[in-house]
Design a binder for this molecule. Sequence first.
Ligand SMILES: [Fe+2]
Length: 346
Amino acid sequence: MELSVIDLAPYLSANSAEAESAAAKLCSQVSGALKATGALLVRDPRCAAELNDRFIDLMERYFDMPPEFKRLQERPELRYQAGVLPEGVEVPRVLVDRAMQEELERVSDDAKPIIPKGPDNKCRYMWRIGARPLVTRFKELNSDPVIPEGFDEWKETMNSWGYKIISTVEVVAEMAAIGFGLPKDAFTSLMKQGPHKLAPTGSNLQVYGQEGTVLAGYHYDLNFLTIHGRSRFPGLNIWYRNGQKVEVKVPEGCLLIQAGKQIEYLTAGECSAGMHEVVVTRKTVEAIKLAVEQNRSLWRVSSTVSDIKPIPSTLHPTLVLFLSWQFYTVCILITNMFMSLTLLIF
Ligand SMILES: [Fe+2]
């Protein structure tokens, strides 16, 4: 099963009845892909590949700075929710979740992730995107941004790419809602003032470039949807709902969307959070060789954005329960009970 590639242009420009019916089909494809695979590839005409390149250039330059410089942007007192999060801090779920480990023992070898031996060999930069609530109990999620000294273009580059891809997530969320038969704003209305983060990861392939090295261990994301720009180095593996393991290749100009835990809760399990890992594969090693020949940076940057529902509100999975098979099962049971009663009476 291939990952669906969905062009958002017809949806964004639908202005006639015919175009709207074509756009409605696209919405069903979005919800269908999220249900079946937990992921999809989208092409958004508003997100030019050059913007992604400019963003990756900036992050490569930043991650390549000496450790003592990057330490100045660490904010452990904010649980690293702003500024740089150093490597060796994030612990992948598979290391600590016993049930997940037992489940993986039953998985065939070709669908198994590489089990890491410790925390992730990647660092990350946390940059908030979008409006924040005026009153919050979660200061670390809504704290002031951290700007590294000497990076004059930082704010403009981070915001221009961050806002672009957040708007892509919002359109995908809108299309998913329509595809599920819900009001258009069923999901997007819940995203307002969420602690969305542009959270690019950086893995130093000069140090961790050996085949089989785990850069980010097997896990799922806790947010609603995650969007990734195209990385210059392959290595991302995802798992479909049926357990199939897929090495993702993001085509030029495309963005990858993955389902997080919040959409799983909101859809009462219609979608499930997509498992994924980032490891050094044979293809990563080939890309490293090419980058060395071309004298390019060996930092693997992934331009991840986590789109999150605001913390203080409540998730209402029953909203979507009406769509789920469980609901139809309940309907059938009630109908059967009613018919049985009718037969008894007559
Ligand atoms: Fe992730």
